[in-house]
Design a protein around this ligand. Sequence first.
Ligand code: SF4
Length: 207
Amino acid sequence: MNSGFDVVSILYRVRREMREERKREPHIYWITDLVRCPLKREYEEIYPEISLSSLFSPSAIMGDLIHIGIEEIFRRELSNAVVLTEVEGSRRLSVPEKGDVEVRGRSDVIIEIGGARFGVEIKSARSDTKIPLEHHIDQVRLYNWLFNLNLTYLVYITHERITQYPIDQRATEEEVISRIMSKTYPRYQWECKYCDYAVLCPFKKTW
Ligand code: SF4
């Protein structure tokens, strides 16, 4: 009997709502914008429909579910700690040619325990090849700067390995400004191969 209960539509609705929470605004740079090709931020504004396909990617939805599961486990198991999840932070910066901008980020988990405060960034993937990946380390260094953390654990959940890397390096304000101003397309060599905008981008690298 069809009761009208639709798990799939619930999952898609939640994912759509999560995306809508991050509406684009010209003066706001998310940390995730600073660890990917700068052109993607511009293309998202001009061609919002192209990025919609990734909204319904099963692997992305699985990643969301892994995040929710781990965050819930932390809340249950770390009763002697303060566990903050999906923590949003922001800092204002003055950037040449752009004026005042706001840098925003959302840390998966921040844990406060015994006077220490550290972050946890969760990454899920099929393979563990080359982990920890450069752009993930950059993201975590930027979170250490944004949230003033001494350390963030970069945690990988893959089909081949579940492991963690403590990252204590921290980005500087100069680096953040340089990333906002960057005109290096793509930012990382491999990006064009996986980019939704490769179908129209004149800067696509084909090597
Ligand atoms: S195709 Fe390459 S250069 Fe163009 S937007 Fe995508 S990642 Fe950037």
